[in-house]
Design a protein around this ligand. Structure first.
Ligand SMILES: [Zn+2]
Length: 260
């Protein structure tokens, strides 16, 4: 009994233990990366994640949080700094979504523009101390990674100057190691039914892969907040009942990298 306690305490202290265990035991991992930090994220994801006992990753646009930039859609209100802090303190991660997420990276951007979008947003996460498991080193492409092959390579090079990885806005699951660390696929779940989400998870689970789910929780208003929470809540229950683990992105990544 004492041994079990020690192991549990040691694992809790390590923090990254669940990810290591998942990778070592070949368990399927599911991560949620929610975009843009609109206040519905605070009202929908925070209570849902608490209820289900999971943590998620938030793609953060600093200018929206501090109020110098704003969403094009005037009905969207960004989270406050205090709300974001509360979510981080509750165990959720902050990933970088660009200094102003309205600005999609493009190969025609000037060096100064790249520096603003990439470096300033990372500096802000560092300033706020949002560095758990290296989450400040993780980039989430606003509107995805775009352009032809040569342009995409150029954009990835810029991202590589400041970040250890880049998460795209399309694609599906993959094995424990991302095929291209600067083009990590993410499953778009916004307009999907629970059945479609389960089918995507089943495919990942059959291969013991890593499914990263993209959500825009502010779109919950469209289907109704309660319905949205039920859909994601039922999905999380299904994932857990299947024996997979739910971990925030940087935590899962950090744990997997410790496996030789
Ligand atoms: Zn976004």
């Amino acid at each position: 009994m004492r041994t079990i306690w020690s192991v549990a305490l040691f694992s809790a202290w390590l923090g990254i233990a669940p990810a290591i265990q998942a990778a070592e035991t070949g368990k399927t991992v599911v991560s949620f990366v929610d975009d843009d930090c609109i206040n519905q994220t605070y009202y929908n994801w925070l209570p849902l994640a608490q209820e289900k006992g999971i943590n998620i990753s938030l793609a953060v646009s600093p200018t929206w949080i501090i109020g110098t930039g704003k969403p094009k859609d005037p009905t969207k209100t960004p989270m406050t700094e205090a709300q974001l802090q509360e979510m981080y303190d509750a165990g959720h991660e902050c990933l970088s979504h660009g200094w102003d997420t309205n600005n999609t990276l493009s190969a025609s951007m000037s060096a100064a523009q790249f520096e603003t979008e990439l470096k300033r947003s990372r500096d802000w996460l560092l300033l706020k101390g949002y560095t758990r498991n290296g989450c400040h080193n993780c980039w989430v492409y606003p509107q995805g990674l775009n352009g032809n092959a040569a342009e995409r390579e150029q954009i990835k090079k810029w991202v590589g100057k400041y970040y250890s990885c880049g998460i795209n806005a399309c694609g599906a699951f993959f094995g424990n190691k991302a095929p291209d660390p600067y083009d990590i696929p993410r499953y778009y779940s916004d307009n999907k039914s629970l059945g479609e989400m389960k089918a995507e998870f089943d495919a990942a689970n059959a291969r013991k892969g890593w499914l990263i789910v993209l959500s825009h929780s502010y779109r919950a208003a469209k289907e109704g907040d309660a319905a949205w929470r039920r859909r994601y809540g039922d999905f999380i229950d299904y994932v857990k009942a299947s024996g997979a683990v739910v971990l925030p992105f940087a935590e899962a990544k950090a744990g997997m990298e410790r496996i030789p």
